[in-house]
Design a binder for this molecule. Structure first.
Ligand code: AMP
Ligand code: MG
Length: 404
């Protein structure tokens, strides 16, 4: 058995970001940038008024009230070829270019118009309500960097930078194959001794939530021919994931059968719980992750291994080392040699601190507590018993369908 750290390092070592593809800027939402993006236009491109009012020379506002002669009207999108001279003003609207000679905007609310003249009743400091050229950014500024997962704010920024398209990494396609004679997809006819499959659809959702594309290739019964046939459907994907059939039982065929059919196993068995019988290798050249069959093991291993693998293929930088911590809301027992991941709720204690409360029963078949969990409490190998109140490392389940 190898450690979780070593297993992750060996899984990720051969994986590289997928090649870029060009998409319309709005389709970049949730995708990972494959290029540094530089602005193609300065914003604002010229000094503009931030308000509806009058463009004036601050030097004319020494003695308030003052009456100025209106020599131009400048709506947004238009320009004024002339120059504002002493004693003059231009009627101006939000977003309109500041005319030459003027350096300040007096807001409409502080004026009284009288035909071709305007009385300014409140002073304004020089430059007030003027947005200078390049206030936001200048042409050539690199504002979005390769490796960033794009938010709606980034899409707005890229659009403002005059980029109607972007290069993003291709989304990883992840084939999902479940195994087991007893497994039946939800809603399908089911025998008395069969169970409903949670892994395939749970995994598909997980893959989608990671920004990748799931390809469900089917459920293989515990039969060598069927397994070979269905596994062969996983060609052309970027990552091949199986569930079940990878442990030590007589009906766990994945390793033995696929090894004779193009699977090169890198390693199998990890010192962790849940998820010990995890296998990593290459099946006909495609990186493969053999996940355990127990649904909780499948999804915990997905968080620990599948997500980092998808992130790497997606072009994201590696996650920073170091786990968050929380205070234990209940005592925990001494741990054995396997790194343990306890399903736990996160609650706010009376003093405002975040407390992790592990579920009492930690059976790797139980989906209900897994779904109700907010985090995993990580217990390193041989960790001592800890009383409630101790600080422990946690892995929160990330929330949010897309980064906002
Ligand atoms: P296995 O590793 O194939 O022995 O499976 C371990 C346990 O997980 C068994 O109790 C299986 O019935 C169960 N299991 C395997 N695959 C699935 C699945 N797709 N959905 C739900 N449970 C499963
Ligand atoms: Mg099985």
């Amino acid at each position: 058995m190898i450690s979780v750290e070593e297993a992750l390092a060996r899984l990720l070592a051969p994986l590289e970001a997928l090649p870029p593809e060009q998409v319309s800027v709005a389709e970049g939402i949730g995708r990972v940038l494959a290029e540094d993006v530089a602005a193609r236009r300065t914003q604002p491109p010229f000094a503009v008024s931030a308000m509806d009012g009058y463009a004036v020379r601050a030097d004319d506002l020494g003695d308030i009230p003052v009456t100025l002669r209106i020599v131009a009207e400048i709506p947004a999108g238009a320009g004024f070829g002339g120059t504002i001279r002493p004693g003059e003003a231009a009627r101006i609207f939000t977003g309109a270019p500041l005319p030459d000679g003027a350096d300040t905007i007096v807001i409409q609310e502080d004026t009284e118009r009288d035909g071709g003249r305007v009385e300014v009743r409140e002073g304004a400091s020089r430059g007030r309500y003027v947005r200078r050229a390049g206030l936001d950014f200048a042409e050539g500024d690199v504002l979005l960097r390769a490796g960033r997962r794009l938010t709606p704010r980034d899409i707005g920024l890229a659009a403002a930078m005059n980029r109607p398209w972007l290069f993003v990494h291709r989304r990883p396609r992840v084939a999902i194959l479940s195994t087991g004679d007893e497994i039946v997809m939800p809603g399908d006819p089911i025998g008395r001794h069969q169970i409903v499959s949670s892994n395939a659809l749970g995994l598909a959702a997980f893959v989608t939530a990671c920004g990748a594309v799931p390809v469900l290739v089917g459920n293989a019964p515990d039969d060598p021919d069927a397994l070979r046939r269905i596994a062969a459907a996983a060609r052309g994907v970027d990552l091949f994931v199986t569930t079940g059939g990878v442990s030590v039982g007589d009906h766990d065929l994945v390793r033995a059968v696929l090894s004779e059919d193009g699977l090169a196993i890198d390693f199998w068995e990890i010192a962790m719980r849940p998820g010990k019988p995890l296998m990593v290798g290459r099946y006909r050249g495609t990186p493969m992750l053999g996940l355990p069959g127990n649904p909780v093991s499948t999804l915990v291993c997905s968080l620990l291994f599948l997500k980092p693998a998808i992130d790497r293929l997606s072009g994201l930088p590696d996650a920073a080392d170091g786990l968050a911590t929380a205070r234990l809301g209940a005592a925990v027992k001494q741990n054995d040699r396997r790194q343990d991941y306890l399903r736990a709720r996160l609650v706010r204690a009376a003093d405002g601190a975040l407390e992790a409360v592990p579920f009492e029963v930690q059976d790797s078949s139980m989906m209900r507590p897994l779904a109700a969990s907010d985090c995993l409490v990580m217990r390193p190998p041989h960790a001592p018993a800890l009383p409630a109140g101790s600080a422990v490392p946690i892995i929160p389940f990330p929330g949010g369908a897309l980064p906002l």
